[in-house]
Design a protein around this ligand. Sequence first.
Ligand code: PLP
Ligand code: SF4
Length: 321
Amino acid sequence: MSTWQSQLSDGFRSASELLAFLQLPAAGMSAAAQADFATRVPRHFAALMTPGDLDDPLLRQVLPIGDETLQVPGFSDDPLAEQQNAAPGVLHKYGSRALLILRGGCAVNCRYCFRRAFPYAELSWSARTQRDALGYLRADAGINEVILSGGDPLMASDEAIADLVGELAGIDHITRVRVHSRLPVVMPDRLTPQLHQALTGTRLKPVLMLHANHPREISRALHERLQPFVRDLPVFNQAVLLRGVNDDATTLAALSEALFNSRIQPYYLFLLDRVRGAAHFEVPEAEAKVVYRDLQSRLPGFLVPRLAREIPDKPNKTLVL
Ligand SMILES: *Cc1c(COP(=O)(O)O)cnc(C)c1O
Ligand code: SF4
């Protein structure tokens, strides 16, 4: 079996290759959009798409198209005002939780990601960044949870994660470590026994937050690889409400059911961050509320994610209903 590292280098890196794999004409993509934000799609994720369907909801999330080059008022390069950090690689917007940008890159480039216009890729997490970040965390006893994020934090090696979690466990006021990652969804083999050990091997209570937007993303392989994790730690999902991907109650209800079947708890359903190039994914708030009420009528309360958005300068995510 191939390692996740070899799968990373083996993924699709151009839209025309991906379209050929799906038996679709190359005319479906935009070279200008691809030049603005590179194409990156692991083979596992591509294999979940339906060949011959240009409107496939998984393909739509990763295919560079001409709509991205439109200038739309209100859509900017830094919609979350995140370009000023507490310390290099540290975002501390919510009092008790500090977020570390452990790796700038991702295994998949989602076209709606706020990272597309953000210089995260230039960030490198060196020994010095880690020492300074730990110093920042040590100095603020109000922080009890550290979120490993990015980019995608699981781009880091299991050894690097084990080392960092071990250091965090040495800071008394920290009680939880949370990992925000889409990597297991697009490449389930990232869920290694060593990662499980790194997350569960200290006194810290681990939490895993996945990012899946469509029921078909909850694959058999993800289900199987997750089992040791769901046995030992809470696993949640956050999704983004996306036009043409999951903007109807039937799809969202199926997503919640699929998550439940793999013992993943739905957590947030986010409205889109208004990043330049992603306007065609937006579901307006009024419509989102209609879809959400419909979703609520179809599910037990514990499978309804919280509809929320991020507003810069607020002390928490803002609930929409
Ligand atoms: C979203 C976010 C968090 C986590 O918020 P929760 O509501 O606890 O899930 C923490 N820090 C930053 C900077 C965030 O953007
Ligand atoms: S940060 Fe998340 S949403 Fe953005 S490109 Fe990476 S995996 Fe996709």
